[in-house]
Design a protein around this ligand. Structure first.
Ligand SMILES: Nc1ncnc2c1ncn2[C@@H]1O[C@H](COP(=O)(O)OP(=O)(O)OP(=O)(O)O)[C@@H](O)[C@H]1O
Length: 302
């Protein structure tokens, strides 16, 4: 598989000496939407700032678009669009004038400006001052600015921060469209699992400066299929609890039901007959599967 970002052994500490990143390794497949997920303070922004050259790397190696970032920094950045920290939008200029500033730097055709405004859904307000834009429109403009030079790769740090639910959906659909129609690979950070789950094809989870998971969305969902335990419904929960505890089963009473651990099915069947033989009716045995939120919490707490 070809990767558009390959990071190995990335570590970082700020001046106060506290390590913020430890041995970060991540690989973003070409054409992927890679959700870089982690709670506040996990190290997402620091990682993105390092791999885009906004912070000077201390240790580790970064390859982007098949080239060493250290050796081909400008070439790599020319093919990359970034939205990290607050976008540099001039509020007194219109959307198209904001793009004009960059068009002069990139020397790209002027027609690209309207095209990119069309893509982000701002063509109708191209001449409106950016200062009069809503937060969602400003984010779209920032995305247009990051995309003007037709990058192969977009790196976006929490682009939905502060947006309302509708704005979040619009941004998600927009990123999917850009990925699908232009083949742009996207690395997007977020602390919201449901958001990433609906958007990403691949996921990396960072917690306390370490990667704790990396894989496809299917692999993450595969963890969901695993059974966490079984819920028992019985005619006499109090007596059933007593019998199970006497057999050293780690039981949890859960809203009027009894939860037992994910024992092998033969052991669950044996517990069932043990209860039935002692006069307790068992009228329900239901597997409890992981939900993605629990998997995420397990990963970041492990
Ligand atoms: N300039 C700095 N000096 C010292 N420590 C810093 C600096 N910037 C960030 N940190 C620390 O580095 C750690 C990682 O911060 P970072 O901003 O990378 O996390 P994050 O995952 O992006 O969090 P958030 O979702 O809140 O933006 C935090 O503990 C933060 O306090």
């Amino acid at each position: 598989m070809d990767y558009c970002i390959e990071v190995a052994d990335l570590a970082y500490q700020f001046r106060d000496g506290t390590p913020v990143l430890r041995n970060i390794a991540l690989r973003v497949p070409q054409g992927a939407i890679y959700g870089f997920l982690g709670p506040n303070g996990a190290g997402k922004t620091t990682t993105l700032r390092l791999i885009t050259g906004l912070l000077r790397m201390q240790t580790g190696a970064v390859r982007m678009l098949g080239q060493s970032f250290r050796e081909h920094r400008l070439e790599v950045l020319r093919q990359t669009g970034c939205l990290i920290e607050s976008p540099a939008i001039y509020e007194h200029l219109s959307a198209v004038e904001n793009l004009l500033v960059l068009q002069r730097i990139y020397q790209c055709p002027k027609s690209d400006m309207m095209e990119v405004l069309q893509t982000v859904g701002l063509a109708a307000v191209a001449s409106k001052k950016a200062g009069q834009f809503s937060l969602g429109m400003k984010q779209r403009l920032a995305l247009a600015m990051a995309m003007l030079h037709r990058p192969k790769l977009l790196i976006l740090d929490e682009p939905t921060n502060g947006l309302d639910p509708n704005g979040i959906i619009e941004m998600r659909e927009l990123l999917k469209k850009i990925n699908r129609e232009q083949g742009t690979s996207i690395l997007i950070s977020s602390h919201l699992l449901p958001e990433v789950e609906r958007l990403a094809t691949h996921i990396g989870v960072i917690s306390q400066g370490r990667m704790v998971f990396e894989g496809s969305l299917e692999q993450l969902s595969g963890l969901r299929q695993q059974v966490r335990g079984y819920l028992l419904d019985t005619t006499n929960n109090a007596a059933a609890l007593e019998l199970l505890v006497a057999r050293n089963v780690q039981v949890v009473a859960d809203a009027g039901r009894i939860q037992v651990p994910a024992l092998p099915v033969a052991a669950i069947a044996e517990l069932n007959s043990h209860l039935v033989q002692r006069g307790i009716g068992v009228f329900g045995i239901q597997p409890v599967k992981n939900d993605l939120e629990t998997i995420f919490m397990d990963l970041i707490q492990s």
